[in-house]
Design a protein around this ligand. Structure first.
Ligand code: ATP
Ligand code: MN
Length: 429
């Protein structure tokens, strides 16, 4: 059976008048008008009006449910319809797949469905043009990130997600049975990407990572997509600059390439032009102090503090130079003040998008920090061995892609920008 189409609907136009075309897609609407039936047919690129004339064709579509899949052979012709610049007069209709009625959600979005019902019918939810637009934008964002990093000399890598020992401490790890051994799902590529700078210098990875955290927020998932980089011969502010370029290029690329999607979502994406402000942890504490939120230096910023900072700084900004004691064992201290770290978070208002910093590359310092944090250096020997093989000084960051997508699309809940989100309650579909 021939399934080929001659055109995507988006590639049809009025200048093809008189031409025979074969198109295919989903019946979005169906109206009988005496001796005519009008179908609205949608594929991933657009929507077209189909006119069905003649007893046989009309009989075929008479009981056809919306969202059924058809292939139409017909001719492009002028139309009287106001919403369409042309129509296709059907000469042959092949019904390829029948949809049930009623469907679990209205994919056109005329009837609003709540997020749980939509996620339970996610494949169908993608027929909603708003949902489809989110994932088209996500595709373009990923394309832009890959291009920016490759242009800067970063090599894309894939590190294991099944790991034999807890990489960064151990809390928050999902464990799994690996035949007769105990294994875990990776929470980040941290240790691998650091090791890889020794051979590939600048690496990046875009992948799912896993955190066994019972968070019930709109910004946490148990499985999320992270963009990670690690680069040798770069200090922490050098990789912060790479991050700023990556984020700005995403905005620019999506602004230019997703015009229709922005219209459908009712958003206007604009590349941020100003340099991202750099605020030290110390300055942030002082700002919060002036707002009556007293913090002692060394305290971690809680949600309420970040909310307040977000009010003061609504856009993108870096929070830099965090106290060493708040940072993981692999983070490098500031040479001029060893109680502070060469670290940064990229924030969008209250929302943390990324954490990064300069890493220790002296293995004796790493061992000391592991002990300081109550971790056992012998469990990290596989990792630490590499530090005796010519480990260059290096820095890097991890950027939450789902959170970046929520900023880009102005949708608060990350579940909306992930196809099949996983959270403590949601394991299906
Ligand atoms: P948070 O404090 O918001 O829980 P974190 O500091 O624990 O985040 P990092 O370990 O710094 O997270 O991870 C780097 C980035 O990955 C974060 O800045 C965030 O954008 C993203 N990220 C981390 N955990 C999650 C999660 N559970 N769901 C979605 N994104 C996440
Ligand atoms: Mn962080």
């Amino acid at each position: 059976m021939d399934l080929k189409r001659t055109h995507y609907i988006g590639n049809l136009n009025a200048s093809l008048k008189g031409q025979k075309v074969i198109i295919g897609g989903w019946v979005e609407d169906l109206r009988e008008l005496g001796k005519l039936t009008f179908l609205t047919l949608r594929d991933v690129t657009g929507v077209a009006q189909i006119v069905v004339i003649g007893d046989e064709g009309i009989k075929q579509v008479k009981d056809l449910n919306r969202q059924s899949v058809v292939r139409i052979t017909g001719t492009v012709q002028e139309t009287k319809a106001r919403d369409f610049p042309f129509e296709v007069k059907s000469e042959k209709i092949e019904i390829l797949s029948r949809a049930v009625h009623p469907l679990p959600i209205d994919p056109i979005g005329r009837l609003e469905s709540n997020i749980d019902n939509r996620l339970n019918a996610r494949a169908l939810d993608l027929r909603n043009q708003k949902t489809a637009s989110i994932f088209k934008i996500r595709h373009h964002a990923l394309q832009s990130i890959r291009k920016t990093l490759a242009d800067l000399g970063f090599i894309e890598v894939n590190t294991p997600k099944i790991i034999g020992s807890a990489s960064e401490g151990g809390a928050n790890l999902f464990s799994l049975k690996y035949f007769d051994k105990q294994a875990y799902l990776a929470q980040s590529p941290q240790l691998y990407k650091e090791q890889l700078t020794l051979g590939l210098e600048r690496v990046f990875e875009i992948s799912s990572f896993y955190r066994a955290e019972k968070s019930h927020t709109v910004r946490h998932l148990t499985e999320f997509t992270s963009v990670d980089i690690e680069a040798d011969f770069m200090d922490y502010l050098d990789v912060a600059e790479v991050l700023e370029t990556v984020v700005k290029n995403v905005f620019e690329h999506v602004e230019k390439n997703c015009i229709e999607e922005q219209k459908i979502l009712g958003i206007d994406i604009k590349k941020p032009t100003a340099a991202f402000e750099k605020i030290t942890y110390k300055q942030a504490i002082e700002e919060l102090g002036r707002e009556g939120l007293g913090l002692v230096e060394g305290d971690d910023l809680q949600d309420s503090h970040l909310r307040k900072l977000g009010e003061i700084h609504p856009g993108f900004y870096f929070l830099i130079d965090w106290p060493m004691k708040l940072k993981p064992f692999y983070i490098h201290e500031k040479e001029d003040n060893p109680s502070l770290s060469k670290s940064f978070d990229l924030q969008y208002g209250y929302l943390e998008l990324s954490s990064g910093g300069r890493r220790l590359h002296d293995p004796s310092k790493i061992r000391a920090r592991l002990v300081e944090q109550g971790l056992n250096p012998s469990q990290f020997e596989d990792h630490l061995r590499a530090f005796d093989w010519g480990m260059p000084p290096h820095s890097g960051w991890g950027l939450g892609l789902d959170r970046l997508m929520s900023v880009l699309t102005k949708i608060d809940n990350v579940r909306e920008v992930v196809l099949y989100p996983r959270d403590p309650e949601r394991l299906f579909p």
